[in-house]
Design a protein around this ligand. Sequence first.
Ligand code: ATP
Length: 353
Amino acid sequence: MIHQREIHHILDGYDREKITIATIGSHTALQILKGARDEGLKNLVICKRGAVEVYRQFRLADELIIVENFKQVLEKEFQEGLIERNAILIPHGSFVEYLSPSSIEDKLWVPMFGNRTVLDWESNREKEREWMERADLKLPEEFKHPEDIDRLVMVKFPGAKGGKDYFLARSYDEFERKIKKLQLQDEKFTIQEYVIGTRFYPHYFYSPLTERVELLSMDIRYESNIDGISRLSYILQNSHPEPSFVVTGNCPVVVRELLLPQLLEMGQRIVKASQELFSPGLTGPFCIETVCTEDLEFIAFEISARIVAGTNLYINGSPYSQLLYDEPMSTGRRISREIKDALKQDSLDRIIY
Ligand code: ATP
């Protein structure tokens, strides 16, 4: 693990007048680039040949660097080039998936927005659960042994794969039958109670500079084929296909105002617990994936400790960000605003690792 001190040493060599917001071309890159531009910061995007046209067409990047493979970002010369450009990398879901949490921890020398210690806490399901428990969130029940399955459960595999290969089971027999079909080799899995309710994915931002947790926006993920099955449930009654949970899009949503205090407190408690578990804790954007039950309780099943794709709905601001800011404030823009504020206060080291 590269020590924070070493990253800050690199950051000390940066020309503060020429900070460049950099990210890789996928996921929420357009939003991040626009956010930097709206805040008057230079920006650049690293993209694969096939995606160049997208980033050219929208003309949001000051510079476009083409790579054959995103792993190239980890090469020494490539990183030196980014450091020469005074680049601050903004991690997003695809960024972490393509480079891998361990490579980011051990091989990425370019200063990155946020606290990279969080990668270990969110990519390891046991640690993630410990974090959510410490924050006193309500969680779905977990079954250590498949023999104990006594209700509808979801079987999950490691890594953020957008629900790939997850399956549902109601009993030990069903579990055995389905897991055999996947022909896994010693793959770890988690058996979690399937919570029935409505899903909400609130997008938060924690600023260490103001010590405030902001609720910027919220979405519901559109998932295939489960969201298609629900439209045909009557017709498919006895013959429906195995449900899958592959993210295909995002829908905007707001919660009943009555539920906002619960959601705000959950965000605050996640930040507080992170500070206790891995100081200085979570910095910047994060999302808690939840299901709201008929008792109006939020059950949390995952944390994403960075900008999530659902924020792309709100490039011009959301119903919540409009109440917090008198200008269009996306999560991407909020990141650049934080960097600008830190530059003004000479505290970049508080938000970069
Ligand atoms: P990502 O990291 O991209 O969020 P993932 O691969 O870790 O994805 P999850 O987010 O854990 O997957 O789950 C995928 C989907 O499965 C969720 O969006 C939700 O629809 C459903 N889901 C997950 N856990 C539960 C649960 N306990 N009860 C009900 N639905 C669930």
